[in-house]
Design a protein around this ligand. Structure first.
Ligand code: ZN
Ligand code: ZN
Length: 314
């Protein structure tokens, strides 16, 4: 079968590789569509802690068909251990020993059955694949304390995650302002019903969806007294963010990290996509084939988009 294999930083090769073999608890899934994400860009550019040794398969937003039952599934990108303290506390997204499921940029993937989610009838494979990142947005919104998003929210960053956050908040009936310095990304947010700005100011809850220390600081500065900042964007591993102490103390700002998602949140994302509450087509670009992946991952700036990779074909 054909698969996109990472051989090193910026060394991606589409190769014929042996078909995967399903191990204990695993099933084979024929990939129908996989979508690209910022994490894929990081993996391609500089490697990533969760990548297996080179040559490594990647792609973690994957929808396809189970070979054993013919059922359409989203292949979730992780399975929590179920035994660590985080899992015991009902927080599988911060499991200390998760099994990551990578390899969507291939014709077949062997996936743990526990990672699979049924795709609602009528949802396109590319839309189903996007339930993975959308679930992270579902989780981020759930991380804000109940009542904090009342009714106004700011989203900092107009990439795919920022757009998904804005779309979900709009669907919930919130007043949303998305800030991004790129006009085309502001136009995308406006099209989904958000207000837009170049900078955020005075929001009861602020979702940071950039993943840079300066943006973390700007998110804190844009939060109203007593409000909450949810950090959705991950910075580089060695980066520190210097945050102003005054609002943290005197304004009792509530700062919360948001990482990944739970299986239930993936199902909620699938439901939202199938119901049309979030328009995945507004972010979809392509479709492209596996051999187009390097050019797609190298793209910088421009509108927020997720490339739909169809693994069969060129
Ligand atoms: Zn992703
Ligand atoms: Zn665990």
């Amino acid at each position: 079968m054909r698969a996109a294999m990472l051989h090193g930083p910026e060394d991606l090769r589409v190769e014929d590789v042996p078909e995967p073999v399903a191990g204990a608890g695993e099933v084979l899934v024929r990939v129908e569509a996989a979508t690209t994400c910022g994490t894929d860009v990081k993996m391609w550019r500089r490697g990533h802690p969760i990548l297996p040794p080179y040559p490594a398969r990647f792609g973690h937003e994957t929808a396809g068909v189970r070979l054993d039952t013919g059922e359409r599934v989203l292949v979730g990108d992780s399975v929590a251990c179920g035994a660590c303290r985080a899992c015991a506390a009902g927080r599988p997204q911060i499991c200390r020993d998760p099994r990551w499921v990578l390899g969507g940029f291939a014709e077949l993937i062997a996936a743990p059955e526990a990672a699979l989610h049924a795709v609602p009838a009528g949802l396109d494979p590319a839309g189903a694949a996007m339930a993975e990142p959308l679930a992270a947005a579902v989780h981020a919104i759930a991380r804000a304390p109940a009542g904090a998003i009342a009714p106004d929210a700011g989203v900092l960053g107009g990439g795919p995650m920022g757009q998904m956050l804005a779309a979900l908040l709009v669907a919930e009936g919130r007043t949303v302002t998305l800030a991004d310095r790129h006009a085309e990304r502001r136009a995308q947010a406006a099209a989904l019903g958000a207000m837009t700005a170049e900078r955020l100011a005075d929001h009861d809850v602020v979702f940071e969806a950039v993943g840079r220390p300066d943006a973390w600081r700007a998110a804190v500065e844009a939060c109203t007294p007593g409000g909450c900042v949810v950090f959705v964007g991950g910075c580089k591993a060695d980066e520190d963010a210097a945050l102003p102490t005054r609002p943290l103390h005197y304004d009792e700002l509530d700062l919360r990290g948001a990482f990944h998602h739970s299986p239930a949140e993936v199902d909620r994302a699938l439901t939202a996509l199938a119901a049309g509450a979030v328009d995945w087509r507004a972010l979809a670009a392509g479709p492209i084939g596996l051999s187009d992946l390097p050019a797609a991952l190298a793209e910088r700036g421009g509108p927020a988009r997720k490339w739909v990779v169809l693994t069969e074909g060129p």
